[in-house]
Design a protein around this ligand. Structure first.
Ligand SMILES: Cc1cc2nc3c(=O)[nH]c(=O)nc-3n(C[C@H](O)[C@H](O)[C@H](O)COP(=O)(O)O)c2cc1C
Length: 440
């Protein structure tokens, strides 16, 4: 069985065995260097990735578990907190407890951002940059607890013999309204005190699905300009409607892992090879608009989680060693950074690396192969990972994420509020037992 790394030796051996070409740097001091994005100073190279807790109130405000999570992340010392998926339209919520920002609950979000900044300042002596992820869940919308998909197009990989009914395919006019709602979400995020907004375009939610809408007619399908229209116009709109110091970014899928014509960033000659041509064009366009930082990711957590979040144990046996998935993500990200050296880039999917994650990401960052390391599942298991890396000599093997997928299992259950069943067991083991029947 595969396990996350608790020592360097096994990693070095497997990196060699699977030809994964991941660097390893003993010196991780680069992680403790700052970077400026516009006027905003980011204290270090460690990022808490967006990690949804599905634990807001019915009206979409942060609730008790949400506040607990962000208090832990704020204490942890990361330079960036990428605040989880936050809906901008009710029908685009992924679950009835997904965060949802509106004029009516703006004060609750303001309080949440203030709490994060105050806690971090008190604990670490600096404030993280906090970016809100604005989302429309598209095919994964479930605002009232039952699936209510809104899709860009039907595709035979997902739908197989059962296409989703035509009236769930969103019209161009609806997509125009989604663009307006995303821009409005950016304005609300700025009012709430966030340092920036992410126009979410990943993991097959609506904006991300459009990237591969090769066979859709109209203004949002077919050509690359059309398929990227919703993202590009929302980003432009957010830049035009927010102050110049506000960061406008995107968490962007640069590779889906589905064959053409159903995947973005995938070779058009058949097969699943990564093709940088279209993602590179898109990154260059976003740079022209004024975007200076992007958070790159790959895959679909529902259909190919081994691409999106390489695991030790999951819903199916992965067709590749998890290190191969990590390598695709990190070396693919490095390739796009090479083509776009002036764009600051955050990588994803390093949790499987366990205690060697700091050494691997430092290897990339010191050679300018990306700028920030984004930790996802790790932050549920080990919210103070950044302080351990930066101040306490490295990651503790007894605190790392073991990539067991139990957080994802909870998330997939109706009403599930994910967290770490292993390392935060007093809080999350009872939830896991109740919803997933586990007895670990
Ligand atoms: C429970 C759970 C919730 C997540 N929520 C979000 C989210 O709100 N937005 C997002 O872009 N990605 C989300 N992700 C994906 C993570 O940010 C990350 O990309 C993924 O876990 C791979 O990184 P890792 O190997 O460090 O875990 C989520 C993942 C999990 C397991």
């Amino acid at each position: 069985m595969n396990n996350t790394y608790v020592n360097k030796e096994k990693f070095i051996a497997e990196n060699f065995e699977y030809h994964t070409n991941l660097p390893f740097s003993e010196d991780v001091s680069v992680l403790n260097t700052s970077v400026n994005i516009g006027v905003k100073k980011i204290q270090n190279r460690l990022t808490c990735q967006a990690m949804e807790g599905c634990d807001g109130t019915a009206d979409g405000s942060p609730d008790i578990l949400t506040k607990r999570r962000y208090e832990r992340f704020a204490q942890g010392g990361a330079g960036i907190i990428w605040f989880e998926a936050t809906a901008v339209l009710e029908e685009g919520r992924a679950n009835p407890r997904q965060l949802y920002i509106t004029e009516n609950n703006l004060d609750d979000f303001k309080k949440q951002v203030e709490d994060i900044k105050e806690t971090a300042l008190k604990t670490n002596g600096y404030e993280p940059i906090v970016i809100m992820q604005a989302t429309h869940s598209g095919r994964y919308s479930k605002p009232y607890g039952t699936p209510a998909p809104l899709i860009a197009y039907n595709n035979s990989i997902f739908e197989k013999e059962n296409p989703i009914s035509e009236d769930r395919i969103v019209t161009d006019e609806y997509l125009d309204r989604v663009g307006e709602a995303l821009v409005n979400g950016a304005k609300l995020a700025e009012k709430a005190g966030f340092d920036g907004v992410d126009i979410k375009c990943c993991h097959r939610y609506l904006n991300s699905e459009l990237l591969s809408a090769f066979n859709r007619d109209g203004r949002y399908g077919g050509s690359l300009e059309n398929r990227t229209r919703l993202l590009r116009e929302s980003v432009k709109g957010a830049i035009e409607n927010c102050s110049k110091d506000f960061i406008v970014s995107s968490r962007l899928n640069v590779y889906d892992g589905f064959e053409y014509p159903y995947g973005f960033g995938v070779s058009k000659n058949g097969g699943l090879d990564f093709d940088v041509t279209e993602p590179d064009w898109l990154i260059k366009e976003l740079y022209k608009y004024g975007v200076r930082i992007l958070n790159l990711t790959m895959g679909n957590p529902y259909f190919n989680p081994h691409v999106n979040r390489p695991y030790a144990q999951g819903g199916y046996e992965a067709p590749e060693h998890p290190l191969v998935g990590v390598s695709r993500m990190l070396n693919g990200t490095a390739k796009l950074k090479e083509l776009n050296p002036d764009m600051a880039i955050i990588c994803s999917a390093v949790s499987y690396l366990g205690v060697v994650a700091p050494n691997v990401v430092a290897g990339y960052i010191k050679d300018n192969k990306f700028d920030f390391a984004g930790f996802g599942r790790t932050i549920f298991a080990y919210p103070d990972f950044a302080n351990d890396i930066l101040k306490n000599g490295g990651m503790d093997k007894n605190k790392i994420c073991i990539c067991c997928s139990k957080c994802t299992e909870i998330m997939r259950k109706p009403g599930g509020t994910p967290g770490c069943v292993i390392r935060d067991r007093d809080m999350y083991l009872p939830i896991y037992k109740e919803l997933c029947g586990g007895n670990k």
